[in-house]
Design a protein around this ligand. Structure first.
Ligand code: NAD
Length: 208
């Protein structure tokens, strides 16, 4: 089944919301309520959920617990992914401390940096290696996903050296450069300034 990226993004948001509703003990939720809490149209929520085989009862809504389990199954990982993070500076450390990173879907197995004060130490409980050894360590630890939080000028070189290990399947790039990677490596990029630009663009159009 090929699912478009925005749908996957919304699915993750439905899942988070449902997690919260389960914790609060809410039994049922309507597409209207979910839409309001996530700023989506109710019709979008119904369309997405029916695509995944969930049809709410008219006038009642969805059974929170059941829907949560259903989406959990769709988002479930086949195994715990092994992750490496390169560049343990302000952003890298902030990500490591992010609560959503304490997740049973993945495990951050190694950190890499050039800073000799960091190399050989544990940062948030994870050992930091010299980036000079990245190919060997990535191979040894079978790291499949890399998070890049290095300066832009270092990102391509670091990615190339890590990919040489032969185990990397995906890269999440925070550095403000576009990377070129082999076809079999999935690339995703996150840029907060792009998100802010997008928001400002929509605000401008709303005001016009
Ligand atoms: P920082 O200077 O605090 O951290 C960079 C870290 O990378 C340092 O620990 C440094 O020692 C290390 N480093 C430098 N060269 C390296 C190399 N060749 N190999 C391994 N490690 C290396 O910077 P920061 O504020 O954490 O930003 C990190 C990156 O993230 C920058 O590229 C910045 O532009 C980008 N950034 C992106 C977003 C976003 O939304 N995508 C937001 C903020 C920052």
């Amino acid at each position: 089944m090929k699912i478009a990226e925005p749908t996957v993004e919304r699915l993750v948001q439905y899942h988070r919301l449902l997690e919260q509703l389960v914790a609060e003990g809410q039994k049922v939720v309507s597409s209207q309520e979910m839409g309001e809490m996530l700023s989506f149209k109710a019709s979008q929520v119904r369309k997405d959920l029916s695509y995944f085989g969930e049809i709410g009862k008219r006038g009642v809504g969805y059974h929170v617990d059941r829907l949560h389990k259903h989406i959990s199954r769709i988002l479930a990982s086949p195994r715990k992914w092994s992750i490496g993070l390169v560049g343990v500076g302000k952003l890298g450390e902030a990500l490591l401390g992010y609560q959503a990173f304490q997740n049973d879907k993945f495990h951050i197995r190694a950190l890499f940096d050039v800073d000799t004060d960091k190399i050989g130490t544990e940062i948030q409980g994870i050992l930091c290696y010299s980036v000079d050894d990245i190919t060997e360590i990535v191979r040894e630890k079978e790291i499949e996903v890399l998070i890049l939080t290095v300066p832009g000028g270092a990102a391509q070189h670091v990615a190339d050296r890590a990919v040489q290990a032969g185990t990397v399947k995906g890269i999440l790039n925070f550095a403000p450069v576009s990377l070129s990677v082999p076809e079999n490596v999935l690339l995703a990029a996150v840029d907060i300034s792009v998100e802010l630009e997008k928001l400002l663009f929509f605000l401008k159009h709303k005001e016009e």
